[in-house]
Design a protein around this ligand. Structure first.
Ligand SMILES: C[S@@+](CC[C@H](N)C(=O)[O-])C[C@H]1O[C@@H](n2cnc3c(N)ncnc32)[C@H](O)[C@@H]1O
Length: 286
């Protein structure tokens, strides 16, 4: 691509003159490589080749260090086309990981001295272990009521809270019937009485009875979920927002920049555990 055919990065936003265009072009080339690799697989394919290509993209997102060039790239007119390409594929990758873990776990039993994390296996380990970061930031009492919007078919984050907190009301909602069926099946398989799975949509769910609400990146449309939390959650409730930063915006839409001022950001995680370049922000609803 020569200079005259480069996507316009300056029409709506001011250019950071410290970032040489070559740095953005080098990033674009690397992303094009990952795009080509992933484009070899049809949209419903989750075979080994696809999974390896998706993992390679995620590895690149973690390793890419030029934050200034990425920030400039985000302003370019073609950024949206990269997000629209990568986002559904990363979601497909996440679902495939849940499917694999579901099958593995359903064939296992939990010994009396074991935690769910002991038998989880590598595919969903990040979805589980990322919650250690949350427990560093938020206190869970035994009486607190917790809900996650978009728990998925393998509610690994709820497993973590079941393993490591005494909270007696851990609710996962999902708007996908199949996800709800699978999540209920695995919760029943292990007899997890403190976890409840409901079929509900995060955009019209009533959050008013919950003390802690997990607002993850996969519950969409994200801003509609925000509106619903705002209109139904009780004041003083704690909202755990998980939002992309740096290259994470290739896979998930960020809402931090559009956060309603009624949310007060109380704490920000230093870490970004997991595969997807996402961070936890602890919000209080005032
Ligand atoms: C990648 S999966 C599971 C997330 C993952 N297990 C985690 O720990 O965050 C995302 C799930 O969110 C669900 N989802 C997406 N939008 C939703 C919404 N508006 N309300 C409820 N569930 C939603 C999808 O059906 C899917 O099962």
């Amino acid at each position: 691509m020569n200079a005259s055919t480069l996507p316009d990065c300056t029409s709506q936003h001011s250019l950071d003159h410290n970032v040489a265009p070559e740095r953005i072009e080098s990033l674009r080339k690397q992303l094009n490589f990952h795009r080509e690799q992933l484009d070899r697989y049809p949209l419903d394919c989750i075979d080994q080749g696809f999974m390896a290509a998706a993992q390679a993209l995620l590895d690149f997102m973690h390793a890419y260090e030029d934050e200034a060039a990425y920030a400039e790239f985000e302003k370019c007119s073609d950024f949206t086309s990269y997000y629209e390409f990568f986002s559904p594929r990363v979601l497909r990758f996440a679902w495939a990981m849940e499917d694999r873990t579901f099958d593995e776990m359903m064939s296992k039993k939990l010994a009396a001295d074991q935690k769910l994390g002991d038998i989880l296996g590598p595919h969903s380990w990040d979805a589980y272990s990322r919650m250690a970061d949350v427990l560093n930031l938020v206190e869970f009492s035994s009486s607190c009521r917790y809900v996650i919007a978009g728990c998925g078919k393998l509610p690994a984050s709820l497993f973590y809270l079941h393993d490591w907190t005494a909270a007696d009301c851990l609710v996962g909602i999902d708007n996908d019937v199949k996800a709800v069926e699978s999540a209920r099946k695995i919760v029943a398989h292990f007899g997890l009485n403190r976890i409840q799975i409901d079929h509900a949509d995060g955009i019209d769910f009533d959050y008013s009875s919950f003390d802690i609400i997990y607002w993850g990146p996969f519950a969409n449309p994200r801003l509609k979920v925000m509106e619903r939390i705002l209109s139904t959650a009780k004041r003083d409730s704690i909202i755990i927002l998980r939002d992309p930063f740096h290259t994470g915006t290739l896979a998930n839409k960020g809402v931090l920049a559009e956060l309603d001022p009624r949310f007060e950001i109380c704490k920000v995680s230093d870490a970004h555990p997991g595969r997807f370049m996402l961070k936890h922000y602890i919000l209080r609803l005032n």
